[in-house]
Design a protein around this ligand. Structure first.
Ligand code: 13P
Ligand code: SF4
Length: 329
């Protein structure tokens, strides 16, 4: 066991080859039953993992599930800050993630020491942090928000309340534009959403004149200004289902297309083009894609890598996350 833990610390996941005759899906389902585990998956992980999950959702939905689950073990197929949020909300449960290396450019953009110094420059400001941040940043924040509830939470605050918004400057600017309020922004960004190419998008719109363009608020302002609708991943999914339109260009991580195509197989769903020359010519989060069936199987079998949050940090972070959950009701 000690050697296994050392290996997990070194490479970030259980690096044991799985025999080719193992039926991964059947085995993961067996482990889920035997260990009373729940699999939570974000819409951005691969479709084969989404299809196995007990709950698939956006960041808000997933944290609500993590707070209310009866399971003994939470297996979080997403990125590191999501596993941390689950541990913050369910400290007595075991929380595991398939790969510790699954980070997030937004969370990485805000190191706790630099953020504490930034915050100290703005006395009297309320700190609203997007859930895509580390437990330490959550502990330095007053209220956590997600892309589902950021507008609602900001609008519920007194108009003269000064606000710091971190770490996503694009979401912050979107909220400022929508609410007409000023906020002090931390300059973080999602590497996936800021990579959507306006030039390629406009070409796609010419080729698909009937398509509605819908986008996630982590996109840059010049992309959002083209959008017929802006919302969180869950909101985008709902929009595609509810809209009478038949063709959509979707400006977010391409993993969401899996659920969209399952929900409305007769509609045409086109991923918004990334500027990079990547293999799928769409937007893929390299961190979310670190979740694989093999790593998920090993993670459930060995119950590693496990997420820990120091108790003093957890208690402070919990207060800001709970405030969000209360304000989202
Ligand atoms: P939501 O889950 O709030 O839509 O955010 C998307 C995202 O980038 C998660 O990392
Ligand atoms: Fe972070 Fe962007 Fe990946 Fe979401 S899509 S986990 S915000 S890097």
């Amino acid at each position: 066991m000690e050697a296994l833990l050392e290996e997990v610390q070194r490479v970030g996941y259980v690096n044991k080859p799985v025999a080719s005759d193992v039926d991964l899906i059947a085995e993961i389902n067996r482990l889920k039953r035997e260990k009373n585990a729940v699999i939570l998956a974000h819409y951005y992980v691969d479709g084969d993992i989404q299809d196995l999950a007990d709950y698939i959702g956006d960041s808000l939905g997933l944290s609500q599930q993590a707070a209310s689950t009866e399971a003994d073990m939470i297996v979080f197929c997403g990125v590191h800050f999501m596993g941390e949020t689950a541990k913050i909300l369910s400290p007595h449960k075991k929380v595991v993630i398939p790969d510790l290396n699954a980070g997030c450019s937004l969370a990485d953009s805000a190191p706790a020491d630099k953020f504490a110094a930034f915050k100290a420059q703005y006395p009297g400001h309320l700190v609203l942090s997007y859930i895509n941040c580390s437990a330490e940043i959550k502990a330095l924040s007053d209220i956590i928000v997600t892309s589902s509830n950021a507008l609602k939470i900001v609008e519920s605050l007194p108009r003269d309340q000064k606000i710091i918004f971190a770490p996503d400057a694009n979401l912050g600017r979107f909220v400022m534009n929508k609410t007409g309020r000023d906020m002090v922004l931390w300059d973080g960004a999602c590497i996936v959403h800021i990579d959507i190419s306006l030039e390629k998008l406009q070409r796609l719109q010419v080729e698909n004149p009937d398509a509605e363009f819908i986008a996630h608020p982590e996109c840059q302002e010049h992309i959002l200004s083209q959008a017929d609708y802006v919302g969180s991943t869950t909101a985008l999914l709902k929009y595609v289902v509810d809209s009478p339109n038949q063709t959509f260009i979707v400006g977010t991580e391409a993993g969401i297309l899996h659920k969209m195509r399952q929900a409305v197989p007769h509609k045409k769903i086109i991923p918004a083009p990334a500027s990079q020359n990547n293999t799928c010519a769409c937007s893929e989060c390299p961190y979310m894609k670190m979740n694989t069936l093999e790593k998920l199987y090993n993670c459930m079998l060995y119950e590693q890598p496990e997420i820990f949050v120091p108790e003093d940090v957890r208690v402070k972070a919990e207060a800001s996350v709970i405030r969000m959950l209360e304000m989202s009701k």
